[in-house]
Ligand binder design. Sequence first.
Ligand code: HEC
Length: 261
Amino acid sequence: MEEKDLKEGVSRRNLLLGGGAFALGAAFAQFGGMVSKANAAPMKWPWPYEKLDPAKTAELAYNEWYRVFCGAAVISSIFSQLAEKVGEPYKSFPVDPFIVLEGGMAGWGTICGSVAGANIASNLIIGPRIAGPDCEHGHIIGSNIMKWYGDTNLPVYVPKNPKANKDKIVQTTSNSPLCHISVGRWMKASGHALASAERKDRCARVAASVAYKLVEDLNSWKDGKYHEGVQWNAAKNFGITGQQNCQDCHGSNIPTAPKAK
Ligand code: HEC
């Protein structure tokens, strides 16, 4: 099969299936094809960034949620604009497979897809923390968005044409970046079921709120004005990776980690 046919076949199948593990694998195959075409000149990471409008980004994320759910919606809201402003590698980046971030990763209620998507975008744009001070902000912005997400009464962003909760929406503070806890606290406070139009609108607004916040931070980083360090570092402070709300799971009996020998 010609590479071109393969690529077309793959993107067609992606469209047909619209998600799942197969699409994820297929998209990486497509990605691989792209790199080999450029002939041993893989895209240099991190990728160029141009400042974006947070409100426009949030609107895109809100609407994209109804196509590809939270994580892919956040990535799409930013990368679709950068594809226009910058071009490659954003134009070829396979956003849609990140639909798998939905429901806290394939429905397991682990990390909220919106913050997972924000971390993927910030690391592609700025770089990995292991690459030194120029790149560590990809990690710092991602980490601080996790903290902001748990501390904030969400959703904060109000879309132009909300699909539900038109008069008023219940806001909740999750104290956690976990989908299960975030969605669960909102469902308890609002009384709406997982499959309701209200809950879907809520999560679409959360994705929009996260996209808004991420673009604000990326813009400030681009201007050389993002000077925050990591605000929460459980590994350093507690000797174990973890989120902030220790008591939610451990009650008042929070264990201490074994010390390094
Ligand atoms: C989402 C739930 C959750 C949160 C939040 C959480 N933990 Fe845990 N943690 C667990 C579970 C479950 C275990 C496994 C306990 C076991 O198997 O006995 C564990 C294990 C641990 C362990 C190692 C095993 C042990 O029991 O000694 C330490 C230390 C620990 N947690 C500390 C913390 C600290 C400190 C925080 C907050 C910074 C925290 N945890 C937040 C659920 C959580």
